[in-house]
Write a protein that binds this ligand. Sequence first.
Ligand code: C2O
Ligand code: CU
Ligand code: CU
Length: 488
Amino acid sequence: MKAMSRRQALLLGGVGVAGTAVGAAGLFWTLASPPGPVTASELIQPQEERSGDGQLQVRLEAGPGRIQIAGRAASALGYNGGIPGPTLRVRGGDVLRIKLVNNLVQTTNLHVHGLHVSPEGNGDNVFVSVEPGGSFDYEYRLPKDHPPGVYWYHPHHHGTVADQIFAGLFGAIVIDEPEPIKTSAERVLVISDTRLDALGNIPAVPAMERMIGREGELVLVNGQTNPQLRGRPGERERWRIINACVSRHLRLRLDGQQLQLLGIDSGRFSEPEEVEELLLAPGNRADLLVTASTGDSVLRALYQNRGSMPGMMGPRLGPRSPADQPDGIALATFRISGEPAVPLTAVPSYQGQPDLRSSAVAARRQLVLTAGMGMGRGPGMMRFTINGREFNEARTDTTVAAGTVEEWTLTNASPMDHPFHLHIWPMQIIEENGQPVATVRWQDVVNVPANGRVKVRVAFKDFRGRSVYHCHILDHEDLGMMGIIEVR
Ligand code: C2O
Ligand code: CU
Ligand code: CU
């Protein structure tokens, strides 16, 4: 780890209030969050990198640093000194090149979550390892008709994914549609959780909590606790919300404002959906229009029951019960004042959402997710498996013919939820617990409820190669709940 020059440190801050504490060994950046009471500070947008002439080239340095979290100095990790890292803004047809530089003391790599790009070579290849001090040049070629929406990037080196994200390694990717919707503001809200000990370090997470799926007590928006956002009555904003928490489901409300959901994860619905509440499993994103009315509203994460531990009576998963926290966790405060804005025209309907419900299905598969006591990991340790097997990098679990449509039944044979994620190829949700889904819904993370089942269809088009599917409770993924798919 090298110290940085003052100039570099300033460049990393991006918003003009960056700290410049340079020189202490290993602590070469401080985050942009202002010191002092972080609550009620203005929401900061991560630095944005936008493509031009069909290209975007960025350098992402994963490294340790000193940052303000919840008003305290903490030792964390970040990309280019930020939590989150820079927002990458691209369009269908673009080439995105990322040089990943590893300034960590551990192996890492990069995954572009949700992007429909090649999984091979220097594409979205999760089998690449970037060692400490090393770097890797990724290149992602987005198809011209890539679904618009909000995506994200994070490390994907098996075994340390949860720890590295919990420490701060994540950032947003936005894919703009050719004709963007008219709005008065666009914001990225990356929601993450973490934990700090008395010294401002992120403590190691005990085995029991990994099995449950860790939930950090500090829930942050763009690295801040309960920041505020300001708008005028009648203004329509577009919020890109990412659930970057390792294991926490986010049941979100913003009472008092009008919410229209444009899409979840990948692409857009044909018409915006009026919603009062939004459930984002770990890894999910929401593309949301917020029309301001009056007064102050708090964006809250309400308690979400995600089951209980297999074989254990006692407590529900997650650190809080609804009784402890009836109002949930305050994530951000939206303050509305001033002259009413001129209303914007209605959102045009969106074409270009494929529908596989009437497609010919080339194969039907069952994927069974289990979490149970078993041999192999030692006393008291559970095994997290898909179709009875833990992850093995050398084994290919599922082989698919390129160009075909398949129907997968995801069955959860455990008493806790597992959000199922497939790389590269998004999934259309066909059925939930036996009930057909009436609208066209594409997602890349699909929550499979405790003892429940979800049917999805996938078009394995455009790319071949080896990639993965896994539980996006990333502790479960690191513990083995991941399989390998090869499309050929
Ligand atoms: Cu968000 Cu396999 O990852
Ligand atoms: Cu992913
Ligand atoms: Cu899981």
